[in-house]
Write a protein that binds this ligand. Structure first.
Ligand code: ATP
Ligand code: MG
Length: 249
């Protein structure tokens, strides 16, 4: 059997169409520049990672795309539309889903309330609760538990399920695997592959390059606020040792 290529897995007519295009993004905290001319793109149904050391600018890139960090220059497009001046709320309504590094679970609300409180932004794309529970069975088991009673892995599942429930088409995921047991990381990987199959695109920040290589199509390496390499997953895998060294891991 020949290997299936990404384009064969994509719905017809969507091959290679960019969903997210970031051009020449620079970002500052006060006087300090955190990003320098970062350019990247994510195509329909692609999983792309941003890899880099602590402080490289990974979270700042995601926060800038979400509109949560506004001291920036450059240009951000979603489905070809310039969204650079839009608020985070309008970007969410346009289909950008946010999975923050602290997971952003409302501690006093139940799993069910956490899932259903945010507005559905796209009825056709929104995952039904049935579908959510099929792919995240633990959220069904825990549906009446408050956020405070969830394990780290359960919180991560909930954080990822929430934007799918909203109907996001472009997920921004910051450090999905961090601090989780290997068995949970494997589950998160399965879910990311499932999300990809459904045509949703993912930009994933990862420090765990082994995990990154099991889920992603392509990778951008960030160092000191700049993209220093853009790699397909085959090249990424064949250079893993060198990249680990480069990342100081
Ligand atoms: N709120 C802030 N105020 C000032 N500087 C900040 C702030 N947040 C981040 N920075 C700085 O911006 C740079 C990029 O930080 P960022 O959090 O984007 O990196 P990161 O790649 O996500 O790192 P980590 O792997 O630790 O999460 C770093 O030099 C960091 O110190
Ligand atoms: Mg970060």
């Amino acid at each position: 059997m020949p290997e299936t290529t990404l384009s064969e897995q994509l719905p017809a007519g969507q091959t290679g169409t960019p969903v997210l295009e970031v051009s020449d993004l620079s970002a500052w905290y006060g006087e300090a520049q955190a990003l320098r001319n970062v350019s990247l793109e994510v195509r329909v149904g692609e999983v792309v990672t941003l890899v880099g050391r602590n402080g490289a600018g990974k979270s700042t890139t995601l926060r800038s795309v979400m509109g949560l960090h506004r001291h920036i220059s450059g240009n951000i497009r979603l489905d070809g539309q310039d969204i650079t001046s839009r608020t985070a709320e309008r970007r969410a309504r346009a289909g950008i889903g946010w999975v923050p590094d602290d997971r952003g679970i409302y501690a006093s609300l139940t799993v069910m309330e956490n899932l259903t409180l945010p507005p559905v932004v796209d009825r056709d794309a929104a995952w039904s609760l049935e579908r959510i529970f099929e792919h995240f069975p633990v959220l069904h088991t825990r549906r009446n538990f408050p956020g405070t009673k969830l394990s780290g892995g359960e919180q991560q599942m909930l954080a990822m399920a929430r934007p799918l429930r909203m109907g996001a088409k472009m997920l921004l995921v910051d450090e999905a695997s961090e601090g989780l047991a290997p068995v949970i990381v494997t589950q998160i990987g399965d879910i990311i592959r499932e999300i990809k199959k459904s045509g949703v695109s993912v930009l994933l920040v990862e420090q765990n390059v082994n995990f990154a290589s099991t889920v992603a199509d392509r990778h951008y390496l960030l160092a000191e606020g700049e993209v220093v390499e853009s790699l397909g997953n085959d090249e990424f895998q064949s250079r893993l040792e060198e990249l680990l060294h480069h990342l100081g891991m």
